[in-house]
Design a protein around this ligand. Structure first.
Ligand code: SF4
Length: 382
């Protein structure tokens, strides 16, 4: 699968999709956005991807924010999202809300909606609150498209999205093998491309790609890493890790593993089924403030995927992930899991990051050899 081309050509893909289907494109950012509803209404939900380019505009609108928000604002003002007909902000990251407000004020023709998702996803009333919010959103979609969202359309959308999640999970399962046939950069590239495409079309590509991977010769020994931190927009970090003889085999990113981990369980009440799926998704740093359930999931993933160490890559000024750090670090220290924390923006300073990664990989190599009884020397670049 040429995921790099799919990502690079996302604008022409969306324009072509609109010409083919007569539908509208809807941009979203938050991991709690209920894509199935928009898809059932005949729209193409597309995750907004922040891309780095000279930023001359965002500072006039937004003061002091993380780089994804600044980049999105800059790109929006430059007209890079001109294919987007609608933009929905889901309660979650307040910094991204600033970008949503700029877009709303800048382009009055843009169809916009604010969707509330309860802060405490497992509180007793959350499911009813979210169901009612989804009902309001459904009404808004019907107003935008001029047609009702039928039960049949909802069932089809749920089926397409559940199939998509199954296929993506399969990709993750292949990464569980000690000698996995897939590199972390390839897996993350596919995840990013997936969030830009019509899932019915993507499912066909994914099924072919998985067949191809199953027939592929597995890679040799590599240090196995887990990636945590803010959402990602490129595969640069994964590629750098691979150039040093290691491989990212699992992540807990909002637009990585957490995107596909749980499915919708069919219920007579379709909106409630969708509400329960989103409330039940792996806890995100955006909403894990109360009970701190994320560390336990991270620990379970670290065991399931047999990792040797963890990388935590946080976007500079990302407060949701900054607030989460203490709990994650505590867990990793208590369990003796080696980790390396660093901050980045949309670019990755090559020399500095490479040096830090090399140093980290050397600290975990002796532990690996001893604990796992490896008989072959690791091919770590020194
Ligand atoms: S990097 Fe952090 S602060 Fe910025 S948009 Fe993402 S979650 Fe929000």
């Amino acid at each position: 699968m040429d995921y790099k081309a799919l990502i690079a050509n996302r604008r022409s893909y969306a324009m072509d999709w609109k010409a083919r289907t007569g539908g509208k494109v809807l941009g979203y950012f938050d991991p709690y956005f209920p894509e199935e509803l928009a898809y059932a209404a005949g729209m193409l939900p597309v995750r907004m991807m922040a891309e780095r380019e000279p930023d001359t505009l965002s500072a006039k609108w937004i003061y002091s924010s993380c780089y994804p928000v600044k980049a999105f604002t800059n790109q929006f003002l430059l007209g890079r999202f001109d294919y987007m007909d609608a933009l929905v902000h889901v309660e979650g990251c307040n910094w991204m809300y600033n970008a949503f407000e700029v877009a709303m004020n800048h382009d009055p023709a843009l169809l916009t909606h604010f969707l509330f998702v309860p802060e405490h996803t497992d509180a007793p009333t959350s499911r009813d609150v979210l169901r009612s919010e989804l009902n309001v959103f459904k009404g808004k979609l019907e107003e935008w498209t001029g047609k009702a969202v039928s039960v049949e359309a909802l069932d089809y959308a749920i089926e397409v999205y559940n199939t998509n999640r199954k296929l993506l999970r399969k990709l993750y399962e292949l990464r569980r093998f000690y000698h996995t046939p897939i590199l972390g950069s390839e897996a993350m590239g596919v995840m990013l491309a997936n969030q830009l495409m019509d899932k019915a079309e993507m499912n066909l590509l994914l099924a072919d790609y998985i067949r191809e991977l199953e027939a592929r010769e597995p890679a040799g020994d590599r240090v196995r890493l887990m990636l945590l931190g803010s959402e990602t927009w490129s595969t640069d970090l994964e590629e750098m890790v691979e150039s040093l003889g290691a491989n990212i085999v699992i992540d807990d990113l909002d637009n990585g593993a957490s995107y596909c981990w749980n499915e919708i369980i069919p219920l007579e009440d379709r909106l409630m089924a969708i509400a329960l799926r989103y409330l039940g998704r792996p806890h995100s740093a955006l909403r894990d403030n109360n009970w701190r359930r994320r560390p336990q999931r991270i620990f379970e993933l670290s065991e399931d995927f047999m990792i040797d160490g963890v990388l935590i890559a946080k976007q500079i000024y990302c407060h949701p992930h900054g607030l989460d750090n203490y709990a994650i670090w505590k867990l990793l220290r208590e369990r003796g899991i080696p980790f390396h924390y660093f901050e980045r923006d949309l670019s990755l300073p090559a020399e500095e990051t490479k040096l830090r990664l090399k140093a980290f990989l050397h600290t975990i190599k002796p532990g690996l050899t001893r604990l796992m009884g490896w008989h072959q020397p690791l091919n770590l670049e020194v």
